[in-house]
Write a protein that binds this ligand. Structure first.
Ligand code: ADP
Ligand code: MG
Length: 389
């Protein structure tokens, strides 16, 4: 991390002509199980990836925010405090600008800053580069200005930035994972009250690997479909007289489905309720030291997302089917779907064969080559360099 932190500090210095006060890093994430449960106030189980976004920054006394990113060449922005208006900042700069806006709106004493961003979280791959950028920025701005904000509150404000300033209606899982995960653990999070529990997740110690397959596709219907699924879940909760679908007990699923007049809502409810139960079961298996037994639950989760929630796509279905045929213990799409990434739980000795089988199947189907890597549960956001200033 030191070399990467120094790299970000060097980028800052080349951009602004002086050294930063510090560098802060926040990871991307992969969600083991619990998809679309966070937008129903339910439970999720992400791990932080070793891949991070680094923000090198220094405070300014004039309230101005200057923003640059290695990944957005030509996309530099300079924003006065008056320019921080929801919807008014175009492009990538809306993410860090939105964070400054949300922190100030919450009454935190956050002034201006010079900010330089570098990331090795692939953007748009369902691995949450947006939350990594938000959380690293939030940590940098609060520490630079001596503002005190606990991690869960910081994550909520980062989510608010994405919802209200950028205009993306995401849940809180990604920001919480980036802010609160710890190495060697999965984060069991209740997205209603943000109660969290660190669940041991050291696959290597048990001879296992978690493969991530970034399909490198993102289908155009993703955003509209995401909003439509959310709206469907909200309509179903209203029809069932509950605050959110997480309030439908698994044991009452049959009654709930029978009680829904609008039959088109039934598959949505079935997914959310069974997925909540799968989170509970996977957490119990991990806590009992039985990660292998979680494999079939991952695959069942994929079938539910594909058939009931209808957010998968041919590339994700192919990755999951081929991984399982090649010997994975289980596999599923992860993230919002319509492209992005899949994950597979595999025996250490089968990891290469599974990765190669998926890559070969993509070539045979005429898809772009996927990016396959083994994920280890890393740490959440932290300061990685302290400047001399
Ligand atoms: P995901 O979070 O799954 O990677 P999103 O669509 O939510 O996908 O967020 C990706 C967007 O976040 C990018 O299009 C860009 O606007 C912004 N972003 C993420 N990382 C960076 C970065 N390092 N530099 C500039 N913009 C970034
Ligand atoms: Mg995102």
């Amino acid at each position: 991390m030191t070399a990467a932190a120094n790299g970000a500090a060097g980028g800052f210095e080349r951009s602004y002509g002086y050294a930063p006060e510090g560098v802060w890093a926040a990871p991307g994430r992969v969600n083991l199980i619990g998809e679309y449960t966070d937008v129903n106030e339910g439970h999720v189980l992400p791990i932080a990836l070793p891949h991070c976004t680094r923000v090198a920054a220094a405070a300014r006394t004039d309230g101005v925010l200057r923003l640059r990113s290695r990944e957005a060449p030509g996309g530099a922005a300079e924003l006065s405090p008056a320019a921080l208006v929801p919807g008014a900042v175009p492009g990538w700069a809306a993410y860090p600008a939105g964070v400054a806006w949300a922190l100030r709106e919450a009454g935190l004493p956050v002034g201006g800053a010079d900010v330089y961003v570098e990331s090795d979280v692939p953007a748009g791959a369902g691995l949450s580069s947006s939350a990594a950028l938000e959380v690293a920025t939030a940590l940098a701005l609060t520490e630079l200005h001596g503002a005190v904000c606990e991690r869960p509150a910081l994550a909520r404000l980062a989510q608010r930035a994405e919802n209200a300033f950028v205009g993306v209606p995401c849940g809180v899982m990604d920001q919480m994972a980036s802010a609160c995960c710890t190495a060697g653990h999965a984060l069991h999070l209740d997205t209603r009250d943000l109660a969290l529990r660190q669940v041991p997740f050291d696959l290597a110690a048990r001879g296992l690997r978690l493969l991530v397959v970034d399909t490198r596709v993102r289908h155009a219907l993703a955003d509209g479909a995401y909003a439509a699924r959310r709206a469907g879940c909200e309509a179903a909760a209203r029809a069932l007289g509950v605050r959110a679908l997480r309030d439908v007990p698994y044991g009452r699923l049959g009654d709930a489905l029978g009680g829904l007049g609008d039959v088109s809502l039934r598959p949505l409810v079935r997914h959310v309720v069974t997925e909540g139960e799968r989170v509970r079961e996977v957490v119990a298996l991990l806590a009992a030291g039985e990660p292998r037994k979680a494999g079939p639950l991952l695959t069942a989760g994929h079938a539910s997302l594909r058939d009931d929630f209808a957010v998968s796509c041919p590339e994700l279905d192919l990755a999951v089917a081929v991984a399982n045929e090649a010997g994975a213990l289980g596999a599923r799409m992860t993230g919002a779907g319509f492209g992005g990434s899949a994950l597979a739980l595999v025996e250490e000795g089968a990891a290469d064969a599974v990765g190669e089988a998926v890559t070969a199947a993509f070539a045979a189907a005429g898809h772009r080559p996927p990016r396959v890597f083994a994920a280890v549960a890393g740490d959440g956001a932290r300061r990685v360099l302290r400047g001399e200033g």
